[in-house]
Every structure is written in structure tokens, then in C-alpha cells.
Design a protein around this ligand. Sequence first.
Ligand SMILES: [Fe+2]
Length: 386
Amino acid sequence: MAKVESLGIKRLESVHYYVHDLERSRRFYTEVMDFAEIGESSDELTREGRQKSVAFLAGNCAVVCIAPRGEGGRAARWLRKYPDGVGTLNFEIEDADKAFRLLEGRGGTPIDDVRRVKDERGNEIAYFSITTPFGDTTFRFVERHGYRALGPGFEMYDRPRGGSNRLGFVGFDHTTSNFATLGHVSLWLEHVMAFERFWEIQFHTQDVDPSHQHGSGLRSLVYWDPHSGVKFANNEPWRPNFRASQINIFCEELRGPGVQHLAIAVGDIIPCVRMLRERGLKFMPTPGTYYDMLPARLEKLGIGAIDEDLAVLRELEILVDGDGPGKYLLQIFLKESSGLYKEEAAGPFFFEIIQRKGDQGFGAGNFRALFESIERAQEGQLQGAQ
Ligand SMILES: [Fe+2]
């Protein structure tokens, strides 16, 4: 089969995140995550779109939080159906007309035609959006020629407010999404988006559970755009215990498929996590048994020695995974928003923080290792009680 022609994606530029409490998001991004607040929707755009947008930036990670102002806007429509979540992924692209032609010719579904707008200096932006199999999440493609604002009607501040990226965020490493079934998603990513299969894995933890009653499984297909390096990990639940699969639970909580997490790459994860913990941010918990088992696991994975002090990783609950001598990654997952705020409407989305040290995987080994260590910790508690 002939190679599917590349769309000319340059990078994942930003995400649109629909929220019902914009002030809470502002505090989260500027005070906890140390993002700078860089701009907002003009009064006119806010009125026309019936929603207020505020943009936050750290490194190359831009997040635009959008809350309804009245009825009928996209944020209001999203929040009537779903909890807070990622509504749009914005890709910077080389040539919007070309990408539009390629996408439409391959069965993509544009929502609008390519729009071209110039700013007061004559710099141009061209953009359009398409629907996707990622639930109601849309993809937008943006071609820029010196156009600085995020989009028309957006007012960028002369002086950014809030944080200054002391956590060292570099950019988005990957996007992970969950689905009830993956077949159509992989066909769409391959044939419409011209992404290629990067990696696949399936695993179940039933064999680890002594009773064989519990355990959870998932199948994961990772796609990437070889042109830009943009990566998408996509999961579906795997039987047995299909309903208990964290992928199924996510889809039930979001009320459909969609983006589960965005991974942010950092240069040095230890000071980053330390600072975030000092600010009171909550992460997914890791039992101490994970670290008891870690030296043997690193040996088995063939990683051998790592640069970090195990006691520090244990203290901060940072996870390690990898494959081969000296090739590993360090990662940690924030608690999902609904857990952070103890509020269902805040949604099941969360951020991952990742530092790569030669490994190109996604930390799949940690799924099993965490399950094993939780089982081990529960056994210990049972024995202690006897
Ligand atoms: Fe991830």
C-alpha cells in the first residue's frame, strides 16, 4: 500500500480545556503548576462565543481554559454532556490548505472551511477544525506566519502574569486517550491522520492476584506522526473484569471516550515533584512495597544502575520503567481532577510528568508493578492483622 501523505504537523501547540470554574483553573495553573497566564479572550470574543478563555503557558505547553458565559457556546454544550475535559487539541501545521485537502480526501470531516485572518501587523493565521473518534473532542490545525496571538479575538498580555516555569516544563510528551473499542480509532489515525503504529502492548494483572478474582487489563496502541514526533497512546479495556478496568471506569466517568492524560516532559523530575509536593499537590499514591521490589525489577528489566537515589524516589513516589541497560524513564501521575477537588464535575483527566533517560516507552511496566505492590501491601496488612 502506498504511504499515506503526511499532514505536515509541526507540533501539538495547545489544548482547549472546558471547565466550569475558571478561577480554580487559574489558581491551579499559575500558583501550583507555575504556568504564566499569557492572554485571554477579548470582551467581543467572549460575548460572541458566550465563553471566556484564559491561556496559560509553561515551556511549550499551552493550556487554554474555557468556561461558559451564558448558554449556547461550545463550553456550555460540552459541560451539559460531560464533566471538565479536553475539548480540542490544536496542532501547528505547515500548510492549512494542503492539510485540509488531504484530510477531506481521506474521509476526514471538517467542521468549517480554512479561515485566513491577518493581525494589525499583517501577519497571517489560517485554521480549520475536524471531528474525531475521540468523543466530542475536535482537532484544530493552525498555520502561522508570525501571528503571535493564540487566535483571532485573543488578547495577549504585554507582561505575562503568574508563574515563571520554575518546575522546568519542556513540552507535551504524549497524549493518552481511552475508548470503549479501538478498531475504528486506529484505522482513522492511520488512514486519515497518516500516523504510524509506534508500539503496542496488552497486559492483565489477573495472574498476579492470588485469588484470580481481581486484576485489571488494557490493550494499548501507540501511534505517532513520524514527521513531528507527536505521539498518541490509546487504550481500550481488556477482559476479564472488563467493567473494573480503569479504562472502562474512565469512559463511564467522562461519559464517553476522550483524552485521559497529557504527559508533560521535564528535564529534572526530582526538584519538580519536590516543589509540587511542597505546594500541596496530590499525586496517585505508590505503596512502599513498590520500592522494596524496585531493585529486583530494575535488574530483571536489564536497566541495572540508575542515577537517582532510591530513597529520594521512594520519598517523592516517583515511578521507574524502562527496557535495557541504562535506558529508563521516570514518571509520576497527578491525582485526577475529580479526586483533587473531590468533585465529580471536575472530571477524570489528569497530568503525567515524565523525564526520559533513553527509554521511548510509556511506563507500561508500572501498571503491573503498581498492581503487584498494592497486592503485596494488602497481604502485609492482612498478615499484620492476624
Ligand atoms: Fe502516559
